[in-house]
Design a protein around this ligand. Sequence first.
Ligand code: NAD
Ligand code: UFG
Length: 336
Amino acid sequence: MNILVTGGAGYIGTHTCVALLEAGYSVIVADNLSNSNIQALDKIKEIAQKELIFYQVDVTDEKSVDKIFTNHEIDGVIHFAGLKAVGESVEKPLAYYHNNIVSTMILVRACQNYKVKRFVFSSSATVYGDNNVPFKENMSLLPTTNPYGETKAMSERILTDTVKATPGFSVALLRYFNPVGAHESGLIGEAPNGIPNNLMPYVTQVAKGKLEKLKVFGNDYRTIDGTGVRDYIHVLDLAEGHVAALNNLIEGTHIYNLGTGRGTSVLELVKAFEEANGIEVPYEIVERRTGDIASCYADASKAKRELGWTAKRDIIAMCRDAWRFEKNYKEFVETV
Ligand code: NAD
Ligand code: UFG
């Protein structure tokens, strides 16, 4: 089966391409490399020991997308391509609405035109807003506090409405919790540009000495130690969740939380990182970050029940693998 993976050169996309190739799928990547590097594609091939096809295209460009569907018999689409920086989305709302919504519409239209029946979409736990934890798929969604979150909620809506009007169309809306870690090879992982917004890449850069100390955003939340609690999920587990979703896709819209079901506080993550890697991570407590919620973790039982998928890797593995990639990545950058 030929799977079109948009955003396949990115962080979650690369790991999913490896998982798809290992599961026997053929992979066609469409990525404009706006937040990734072409070398990531060689790393995928090196890990999986298989080939893939790459198009450097913007998936908001209908003609380019159409060409891919004309050139290949596509059996399914996994749509990762998108802009994802929450803070930037507040400053550049139009760029986010355009990129994230138009891409979804163009890809769904291509699926209709070329009779492609399977579509897997990268959504986010952010659509739950400040609901009560654990988050369940059937909860009413609460407004998110930023345009990025709105693009996810809107794309979910567009896909759900299209399914109702398209007999035979199957859509999985995968709500990711907090993906961290990297492939055990250390060849692919998360390499954000500039100062990281997210906790784990910030921690690895502090460990490396690139940043002086971690700023912990608030210790007065109603959580185990006052710091924010999140459901960190190893990116390899997340990648395997996509293969499970694709394998089990049936007609209709199906929503799945991809998380571990366990919450970890910022300070617990720092401690786990220190324990896993034997490196101290200096930190200071600072003000809360605007828009953050106290706790966010999944009820992950639906994916287990319906897809037979659960996250297997623990927080120590996430910290160890994130650090291995950070070290390797440094070497890689220095040799280029
Ligand atoms: P990423 O930035 O590493 O990967 C996204 C890829 O899409 C990049 O390679 C980028 O070059 C490409 N891209 C962006 N716009 C494009 C366009 N118009 N045409 C073609 N390619 C384009 O991000 P990621 O962390 O791998 O996230 C993948 C998806 O998962 C995104 O949709 C993101 O919103 C979603 N998501 C991520 C997280 C997270 O914490 N990483 C959490 C929830 C949801
Ligand atoms: N945090 C710090 N210091 C930092 C960075 C983060 O203390 O330098 C704290 C945050 O306050 C929060 C926790 O670490 O309590 C996790 O923060 P992240 O920025 O890593 O992740 P978020 O939960 O805020 O958001 C992430 C993605 C969103 C996605 C969401 C749910 O950035 O795109 O997970 O999947 F929507």
